[in-house]
Design a protein around this ligand. Sequence first.
Ligand code: ACO
Length: 327
Amino acid sequence: MRSRIIGTGRGIPPHKLTNADLEKMVDTSDAWIVERTGIKERRVLDKSLATSDLATEAGLAACRNAGVDPATVDCIVLATVTPDVPFPATAVYVQKKLGAKAGGAAFDISAACAGFIYGLAIADGFIARGQFQRILVIGVEILSRIVDWKDRNTCVLFGDGAGAVLLAPEKDETRGILSTHIYSDGTYADLLNIPVGGTRAPISAEAIEARQHLVKMNGREVYKHAVRNMAAASKAALEANGVSPDQVAWVIAHQANIRIIEGVSERVGIPLDRFYLNIEKYGNTSSASVPIALDEAVENGKIKAGDLLVFSALGGGFAWGSALIRW
Ligand code: ACO
């Protein structure tokens, strides 16, 4: 049985942090940020709220748009690197807040910016086996709580947000998720990480003083791998289905950096005007970026029934992947 996305939703915090605001916080400029990344502003979640609050907002919107009662959601797969608490899973808080089926399944996965694609792959497998009937796949990040607001190399890039899709079985074999492709390579694990706070290096006063509990990144290396691997994963999705680049209506790529997306466009041979772009408004929202962009594209009427879509993302791990969808 194929799975199909029957509803999409997003949760976007109202508070905007502009490049002009950042100019007052670190030694940077609007011109530098726009030229190197394409980002003009990003959103920051109010301190009184947590990851599960924003995820629930996105999940409820996806259910509403699908015309599905949240009480019938029997599985929640939630991708995040910024959970409410180390455990239990943020997904169980969402299950409760949403009023999803008690005794269904709800769990988190960790694949950084590729988390939503990983979640889609897992959920697609559950539907193929007939294990669940209504699965919410949520990508959600409150990156404002883990970025180093004193480090101009990273703090200008990230933002908060949540995106969700509701998956259901689809009898029409020509529609829905046609294939998913996920990859990782731990050789590069230390190029984008938070060095302390786990079992290898538990949190300590010294670590906090050295700001080791916050995001560290080798931007140059991440950039190279993102272009190469997102392009390769997108091509793998096309090849697996015998689809040529000109048949693709929209690419919903991870919104990390406009130059990364331009590089992927060139390598895959799909013009940039067929990539949905919203990076200037939200920055890099990690696992939330693909489902947020998808929800906006659906809402704006850009995606039509029968359209072929490519999803693609890369993030810490490195973990990356793609999916081909017939809408
Ligand atoms: N404002 C002003 N100057 C800055 C800033 C800033 N915010 N950040 C860095 N610079 C400076 C650097 O210090 C450096 O100065 P120097 O030459 O005096 O040393 C100069 O700008 C150039 O720095 P580079 O790192 O060479 O700049 P680059 O063109 O590589 O752009 C960037 C940096 C934007 C981080 C780029 O490498 C990139 O986008 N990498 C991908 C990172 C990414 O998207 N990560 C997100 C997580 S993973 C993912 O989602 C794919």
